[in-house]
Write a protein that binds this ligand. Structure first.
Ligand code: HEM
Length: 567
């Protein structure tokens, strides 16, 4: 550009004198040489960059080819080695797994590790049986430690002997499973939550005018309080609205917090919210409220287990912050979807209401309605099927296991030590071979005998992974199921719910939290909630040690027991 400008000044040759013009010409050609040199240098740089990229590509490509054993499951998304899987996962979000469900098992090569993705229903039990080879413990320790920023000492305690039954990971899992198994310990937890729901809806039903509420916000608020009242007792830290607000801001940040690289850069606002939650738990433990007689064994015994291993109060609070995700993050949207699928479809509503009213006892004067939630759980098969269908249709969990050794799966696929096996529930839930041709519809009777499965066969229970499976099958499923069913039942029996805009519109689910096991709606909407009558409602919970048939393992355990009883 500069050269061109000087060239134009030569028009005034006579005025400036020949030497000036000669100088200008000289300058122009110098500049042109300089310009061409610049172009040449730029070109050179570009060529070097391209050559560098090509060399890097060739290197990565060879690295991928030469380190991928041909007995391993085939590698997918290799266009840009190690990077393409990340791009595909990022752009497809939670739909990624179902978009890649063709192969029985495949490998994703990502920086630093392999992910083995399992799609075949037949391979799942073969993985779940080998608990020492496919272990959840290292995954869990890493999740808890990174998400909460556990202290060095806390991390060491949590990492102690992860595969042994005397280690922290298996020990705490055992304590949790024991306290959430159907029976008197779980009943303490359930009873308080059901009571809370009943009292809260009694207060809500006062007054004749219909109330307008944001459906998702209202339902999840009720269930959050009911759950935490059950878990933490009369000094429940979630009675403080600031704690609820902080938890709601922390929960969507699980993935950014787990990335663990420069956390304050990418997860600053989530860290802030998490710290408020942690501080609130710290106060609860420091004041000793977990020792209160009305706190259930589920909470007391977990704390005792951690305290005996020397965890500081700060680390107890951090651990509890991670546990709060397990306790709340799926139960809240799960309840929303169950209520939504029932009240938005007149046929489902009619079926569930009829069934529920047959479980209600009406007083002689007809003014008091009494319902035992234990009875609802066992005598309302359509409602229970609708509950299961919600977790099939909306379930997006991904079970993760760390390979503790090389293993030849099904005598065919070599899975190498140190890598991660993932089992996405959405793939199983979308198999027409398991669920029949109407697999992509919400069918509330699907889990009733004779209503599901390809060609009228009973569905394969292994293909239902709403609560995971194997040794880490969700131990909270009975607690969550009781609470969700109790809330939905009371809503259906006591209220009419109508969308304010005049028609039901299914919310989209594009922006869900990939770290939890169920979709979350992208939009909330207003509904009008109106009591159906002025009766007095008495809700009881007699308790039961009879497990519900939620997962394949529950069905298997019941069938084994039946055989045992016969012998
Ligand atoms: C609707 C509600 C819930 C859903 C959909 C759900 C789902 C799941 C899933 C998919 C897993 C992973 C299983 C695997 O890796 O195979 C899991 C594990 C777990 N869940 Fe839940 N969960 C729910 C409620 C709860 C509640 C209320 C609690 C506690 C009170 C809880 C505690 C746990 C624990 C501790 C584990 C880890 C199990 C272990 O390490 O052995 N969950 N859950």
């Amino acid at each position: 550009m500069q050269g061109a400008g000087h060239g134009r000044s030569c028009v005034g040759f006579h005025r400036l004198g020949w030497h000036t013009c000669f100088f200008n010409l000289l300058q122009t050609s110098r500049n042109q040489i300089h310009y061409s040199r610049l172009q040449y240098n730029t070109m050179n740089t570009l060529v070097s960059i391209c050559a560098g990229l090509a060399a890097a590509y060739a290197f990565l490509w060879s690295l991928l080819r030469f380190t991928q054993d041909e007995r391993e499951p085939p590698a997918m998304h290799t266009t840009i080695p190690f990077i393409s899987p990340l791009i595909s996962m990022y752009s497809a979000g939670i739909r990624y797994w179902s978009m890649n469900s063709r192969l029985p098992i495949y490998t994703l090569r990502v920086p630093g590790m392999r992910l083995y993705i399992v799609n075949s229903t037949e391979l799942i039990p073969k993985i779940q049986r080998q608990t020492r080879i496919f272990s959840f413990s290292p995954v869990m320790i890493r999740l808890v430690s990174t998400m909460t920023g556990l202290s060095k000492e806390g991390h060491e305690t949590a990492s102690y002997e992860p595969l042994e039954s005397h280690g922290w990971a298996l020990g705490i899992a055992r304590t949790i499973h024991h306290n959430l198994a159907p029976g008197p310990r779980l009943d303490v937890l359930n009873r308080r939550s059901v009571e809370y729901i009943s009292e809260s809806l009694n207060r809500f039903a006062v007054g004749e005018e219909p109330k307008i509420m944001s459906m998702y916000k209202w339902i999840t608020h009720q269930v959050l309080l009911a759950t935490t009242e059950g878990v933490y007792g009369p000094h429940n830290p979630y009675r403080d609205p600031a704690m609820i607000d902080a938890w709601r801001h922390f929960e969507p940040g699980i993935i950014p917090l787990l990335v663990g690289i420069g956390p304050s850069l990418i997860a600053g606002r989530f860290i802030k919210a998490r710290d408020i939650v942690e501080k609130s738990y710290e106060r609860y433990f420091r004041d000793g409220w977990h020792h209160h007689p009305d706190v259930p064994p589920f909470t007391k015994e977990r704390m005792r287990f951690d305290e005996e291993r020397g965890l500081s109060v700060t680390d107890l609070a951090k651990m509890e912050t991670a546990t709060s995700i397990g306790i709340l993050a799926n139960t809240l949207p799960g309840t929303f979807w169950l209520v939504y699928h029932i009240v938005s479809d007149p046929e489902v509503l009619e079926d569930c209401r009829r069934e529920l009213f047959s479980a209600v006892k009406i007083s002689d004067d007809g003014d008091t309605y009494e319902v035992d939630m234990t009875c609802v759980k066992t005598s309302c098969p359509i409602l229970f099927s609708t509950f299961q269908e919600v977790f099939r249709f909306r379930g997006t969990g991904v079970s993760a296991r760390m390979m503790m050794d090389d293993f030849l799966l099904d005598d065919t696929y070599l899975l190498k030590k140190g890598n991660i096996v993932l089992i996405p529930a959405s793939v199983q839930h979308g198999l027409s071979s398991a669920w029949g041709d109407n697999v992509h519809e919400f069918y509330h009777k699907r889990f009733l005998p004779g209503h599901s499965g390809a060609k009228g066969k009973r569905h394969n229970p292994v293909a239902f992974r709403g609560f995971g499976g194997g040794s880490t099958l969700c131990p909270g499923r009975h607690f969550a199921a009781t609470e969700i069913l109790a809330f939905a039942s009371l809503i259906i029996m006591r209220f009419n719910i109508r969308p304010v805009q005049g028609y039901w519109q299914t919310p989209t689910v594009e922006n869900g939290n990939a770290a939890i096991s169920i979709q979350t709606p992208d939009q909330d909407f207003d509904v009008e909630i109106e009591p159906r009558d002025e009766k007095r409602w008495v809700v009881t919970f007699s308790g039961s040690d009879k497990p519900m048939d939620i997962s394949a393992e529950d069905i298997e355990a019941r069938e084994d027991k039946k055989v045992e009883d016969i012998h």
